[in-house]
Design a protein around this ligand. Sequence first.
Ligand code: GLU
Length: 425
Amino acid sequence: MSVVKRTSSNVLLDTALKNFYAAAEEMGLEDGLIEILSHSERRTAVSIPVEMDDGTVKVFDGYRVMHNTSIGPAKGGVRFHPEVCLDECEALGMMMTWKCSLAGIPYGGGKGGVCCEPLELSRKEKERICRTWAARMEPVVGAMTDVPAPDVNTGGPEMVWFMDTISKMRNRLEPAIFTGKPIPLWGSKGRTAATGYGVATCAIELLKNLNFDLAKATVAIQGFGNVGTYAALNMIQAGSKVVAISDITGTYYAKDGLDVKKAFDHVTNHPKHLLEGFTCPGCQKLDLPEVLYVDCTVLIPAALEGVINGKNADKVKAKYIVEAANGPVTPEGDAILDAKGILVVPDFLANSGGVIGSYFEWCQDLGGFFWTEEEYNERLVRIMRDNFQRVWAYSKDKNIKMRRAAFMAAIQRVADAARMRGIFL
Ligand code: GLU
């Protein structure tokens, strides 16, 4: 490879680039494609002036990055978080390109966000942020252009405000531009649980491949939001024990297993959807980071990126890690886990249930014909299982880690599409 490699001071973007270059080099990808795929097609930054409830005006920064659309429209979420920036969106958009490619769905990758602290915003303030984000992004989103979805701290209400704003600006209903909408507003039955369900499906397939008795498996889950909750519920349903869960209020641990349904009800009814005040038989509260160091079979980091890194990876006691968040393990962390013999199922395979579910919703919206939840879940599990087994077999065949195998398969499909379409614009 003779390209000048891009680097970034943003850890996530630097990691995304490093992972890409390493896989591209191993595949022998041509330099021209390495150049193209290491850059994004479009990076949009907007300011979002908002009148706050107290009458003052605040300006937030909003972003949308379209990484690559060789296979199809860009697809990926919009997150609300104080650390959101353009480089982070680019990294996450790049990951979405590989995720959609690996999943075998007709999309490229994109990501967006707003730099804000959602815990400090009222519902009305969030609505105003969403509507202005959508209005300023109107030229770059579209059902066949770029299709945003929920991500960290966003969900159904945000998607409705986005969709309603664009629909009013265009004077026609535009349901297929945003996925993750509530069921009465062109959403899909099954979408809310899809990411967590897909994560659990990967964990179950992994344990089955290793002949590990599901009833003997113990699970620790970092993050008890939309992904962590449904991953936990599905692991319980498969017969495993969830011994630790966590959110920003701390780690909740019970050696013989937590009452996950009670925890789910607790966060559903909590005004900020937190575990604060949760307890059940045998439950003890530990410090926040402890969830990562629990002795268990499977650790599912379902919060934010970079949580397992060069500084703490040696403390991880789990046998396997199934990455539910995007980028929870840094390359330094990965090397330590590898040396310890801890197998990692990579994020863009494990958490692809969300975007696969979004694809189902988009198909239903474009066709105006809706499926039952059973149809939705049956298709989701089938695709997740097939994809998991394909990556597993490839990694065994080539004797490489699952992350590298997933990268190579994903890059291959994008490269084939890009070569077929040629270079224009
Ligand atoms: N935010 C989710 C992800 O990172 C879902 C994206 C989507 O459905 O487009 O995969």
